[in-house]
Design a protein around this ligand. Structure first.
Ligand SMILES: Nc1ncnc2c1ncn2[C@@H]1O[C@H](COP(=O)(O)OP(=O)(O)O)[C@@H](O)[C@H]1O
Ligand SMILES: [Mg+2]
Length: 312
């Protein structure tokens, strides 16, 4: 079965992939995938699926053919629109909207990773958000963390680049700092807020350095792409011997990895100061970025090989 990989077209030239995904587009094609372009603006802003898919042919056959999207994160309702639109071309994305949501929203998959990820709690927020009301809810909610350090994010993203003002709270019992950080986070997220607020116990990670501009700690973190329960791509290059050590670590997470209700996802690991590796977050494989320095050709070649093995 052939998989089609769909990318967003460039707003400047609808015949080309958007600049940010150009290298991936070329690499996917080179690896032997069928590739396609969708005009996301028509789909998501103008709500015109037929125009958005002008360049995607109807795939003949009794059953929909397989496709996957590679691009920016979509809200679950946007993903659902894309999923439905592609079905009119007889293409079916690798994940149903439900599967997308399962991995995209931390609270949805949290029960699966609970034992290996920092303790977290959350609550949804109505739109439009009342920042005052959110602050009050937050002040109440973080009591479970006592006086421990915590971080704040929404159901999907943090403001890690505004670490001190909008992400990290050194002491959860410091109510004014909690309120201030939550306020700043919500101001910065604005209409991009995903669903609600998440608070997580901060865990000291093995430090590499600090981001020179934002002060965000840079730690030993590794993104692993998983397909059908098997790690297919590990995001880093290694110093001698380290890959074997990390493979052993991965083995210990195998059962959890297999329990995630998604064919294609990322799992981000970090090494704690105390020693053990923990899981930081999951992401849908269609919208998770390739880490810097990733060799895109190698990524798509591995993906192709693994998809062919899986769909037999
Ligand atoms: N609970 C935590 N303990 C320590 N560091 C954390 C924790 N959560 C996040 N971080 C740090 O903040 C970064 C961003 O957090 P993450 O949950 O991955 O949000 P994003 O979705 O914005 O990438 C992580 O890569 C990690 O360095
Ligand atoms: Mg992250």
């Amino acid at each position: 079965m052939t998989f089609t990989v769909l990318f967003a077209s460039s707003p400047m030239n609808l015949r080309e992939a958007d600049e940010s995904y150009m290298e991936e587009y070329r690499s996917a094609e080179k690896a032997g995938f069928a590739v396609g372009l969708i005009d996301l603006e028509e789909l998501l802003m103008n709500n015109d699926p037929q125009k958005a898919l002008k360049r995607v042919a109807l795939h003949p056959g009794p059953e929909p053919q397989s496709a996957l999207y590679r691009g920016w994160m979509l809200r679950p309702d946007e993903y659902e629109n894309l999923y439905a639109a592609l079905l009119t071309r007889n293409l079916r994305l690798i994940h149903t909207p439900g599967q997308y949501r399962h991995v995209h929203y931390l609270p949805e998959s949290y029960p699966k990773i609970e034992d290996v990820t920092p303790k977290s709690m959350w609550f949804p927020l109505p739109t439009p958000v009342s920042i005052d009301a959110a602050e009050n809810l937050a002040a109440e909610a973080v009591r479970v963390f006592d006086n421990h350090p915590i971080i704040v994010k929404d159901y999907v993203k943090s403001r890690k680049h505004e670490w001190d003002e909008a992400c990290y709270i050194p002491d959860a019992s410091d109510e004014s700092k909690v309120r201030q950080t939550v306020r700043r986070f919500l101001e910065l997220q604005g209409s991009q807020l995903n669903e609600g607020l998440v608070f997580r116990a901060f865990t000291e990670l093995e430090a590499l350095s600090r981001h020179p501009l934002s002060g965000m700690p840079l730690s030993r973190e590794i993104r692993v792409f998983v397909l059908d329960g098997n790690p297919i791509f590990v995001s880093t290059y290694w110093e001698a011997g380290e890959d074997a050590a990390f493979n052993a670590v991965l083995g210990e997470f195998q059962e959890i990895i297999r329990s995630i209700e998604s064919r294609f996802f990322t799992i981000d690991f970090a090494k704690t100061n105390k020693g053990p590796w923990i899981v930081l977050e999951l992401g849908d494989g269609q919208v998770a970025g390739l880490p810097d320095d990733t060799n895109a050709e190698r990524f798509y070649t591995e993906l192709k090989k693994s998809l062919e093995k899986g769909v037999g």
